[in-house]
Design a protein around this ligand. Structure first.
Ligand code: GDP
Ligand code: ZN
Length: 477
């Protein structure tokens, strides 16, 4: 799988199973000649002569002798076995997805048809593509850098408008652009530091301490700015984990159901019915949210309930946001206070439920809430102010408005980790400038920073990293 290998790969690019249309994709130096053996254009032209990026109507068949390309009389004769009528498009290197010759056959979406086409391609010398291999080739041939290749997968997997927008930014190369600008600055500093090392006898300063510190500070600020987008970026891409807690019977399950607008969680009047942690996905203000309803946090002798309580503790640990549900129609009891106390350090919203009934207490009865603590009063039963809660959940998870969020955000752990390491190297570089250490130390740190940044765009990479990234792709992409 090295660039320029003469390996031609094929795969069904559409999802498995039956469908209106299926696309068989072939990429590599023999793509055109291989497909030419199994299609016959309406116009009877050879695929080798058609225009790039144009669709041609063709008959697809597999019974013809595949040992050599069709000669002219064969091309005019009926195919031995006609499988389908299809559209064929040739995209010539280097202006194709992979950068190689790519041919796609758009046929009817039947399993048998696509299987026969692929079988024939393989008999004739193509190889079935591995997951993500088309995109991997695109990367190896310089059509995309690594973070853009990851963007392809992100676009395919996006489940919310926001995650799609971020994926498109990644694919478009917005992050790569910022990284490349940083790389350029650091490489410029490094070149001058190295020149200073090489010409040390001449005692010429190629770069002043001030310039070094100025350059390093600017890159550090830029890297930190990117890192600061991670919290929101991660939540926008992956969704957030929101955990609902409260003593039994305050209406946790009812609230979960109301947010999901379905009857998934069991609602009963017997305290302690929700024994396990239930997790459901919902879209809240365009944000993907995994909601879990937990067992109460109260003490219990029942081993099953104890297990539920243990899991509640775990769910709390992982939560991006905790909804503490209280029953406004009943006096607060010590259990409520306990839960309030337990969740004080967490990002949380206090939900006062059952506002359709006479309220027995007001916010003031909640002893010493931290400043700025949001309290939302609603009714899970009637749905009153449920929208208020939705808005508040979204605002708490992603505080910046949509407009303020323009630009690059870090959404992938891999990118965040590389940036963190780059930041460490840059800080260490700055420390060696300030401490007037030998320039070799500075050079080593700058090289380190370049390597870590290069991991993001794939300028620096290993087969291991590539395998890990592309194995997440589907076959045919
Ligand atoms: P959980 O134990 O906290 O999960 O509470 P449930 O959701 O099972 O609800 C306990 C009881 O409170 C049920 O009888 C619900 O119908 C009732 N309930 C829940 N939310 C409301 C509400 O907003 N208003 C009223 N009046 N009753 C509610
Ligand atoms: Zn419940």
């Amino acid at each position: 799988m090295v660039p320029g290998s003469d390996d031609t790969i094929c795969a069904v690019a559409t999802p498995p199973g039956e469908g209106g249309v299926a696309i068989v994709r072939v990429s590599g130096p023999h793509a055109v000649s291989l497909v030419d053996r199994l299609v016959r254009l309406r116009s009877r032209r050879s695929l080798a002569t058609v225009r790039s990026h144009c669709l041609y109507r063709a008959e697809v068949g597999v019974g013809v002798d595949s040992s050599s390309p069709l000669n002219d009389s064969e091309r005019k004769a009926p195919l031995a076995i006609s499988l389908d009528l299809a559209l064929v498009v040739v995209m010539r290197a280097p202006h194709s997805y992979t950068g190689e010759d790519v041919v796609e056959v758009h046929c009817h979406g039947g399993r048998l048809i696509v299987n026969r086409i692929c079988e024939r391609l393989v008999v004739d010398g193509a190889r079935l593509a591995e997951p993500g291999e088309f995109t991997r080739r695109a990367f190896l041939n310089g059509r995309l850098d690594l973070s853009q290749a990851e963007g392809v997968l992100e676009v395919i997997q996006a489940r919310s408008d926001e995650s799609l927008r971020l994926a498109q930014e990644l694919l478009r190369g917005t992050l790569s652009g910022e990284i490349n600008a940083l790389v350029e600055t650091i490489a410029g500093l490094l070149a001058r530091v190295e020149a200073g090392i090489d010409f040390v006898e001449e005692d010429i300063a190629f770069v002043s301490e001030q310039e070094l510190i100025g350059g390093l500070d600017r890159t550090i600020v830029a890297v930190d700015r990117l890192l600061a987008t991670w919290e929101e970026g991660r939540i926008l891409r992956n969704g957030a984990k929101v955990v609902i807690v409260g003593r039994p019977n305050v209406g946790k399950s009812s609230l979960l159901n109301a947010l999901l607008r379905s009857d998934r969680a069991i609602v009963t009047a017997i305290p302690g019915t929700t024994r396990d942690v239930l997790e459901e996905s919902a879209l809240i203000e365009g944000l993907a949210v995994r909601l879990s309803d937990t067992a109460g946090v109260r003490k219990s002798e029942d081993p099953i309930e104890q297990e539920g309580i243990r899991r509640t503790g775990l769910a709390l640990e992982e939560a991006d946001l905790v909804l503490v549900v209280l029953d406004g129609s009943e006096e607060l009891i010590s259990e409520d206070e306990e839960i309030l106390c337990q969740t004080e350090q967490r990002r949380r919203l206090i939900v006062v439920n059952k506002c359709d009934r006479p309220m027995r207490w007001s916010r003031e009865s909640l002893s010493s809430l931290p400043e700025g603590q949001m309290v939302v009063t609603l009714s899970a039963r009637t749905g009153e102010n449920l929208d208020g809660l939705r808005r508040q959940v979204a605002r708490t998870l992603v505080p910046r408005s949509l407009e303020a969020r323009e630009g690059v955000m870090i959404t992938k752990l891999r990118h965040k980790q590389a940036l963190e390491r780059a930041s460490e190297s840059l800080h260490s570089a700055k420390a060696s400038v300030v401490g007037r250490l030998a320039p070799e130390f500075l050079a080593a740190d700058l090289r380190g920073a370049l390597d870590f940044l290069g991991e993001i765009t794939g300028r620096v990479t290993t087969d291991d990293i590539l395998d890990r990234i592309f194995s997440e792709f589907c076959i045919g992409k």
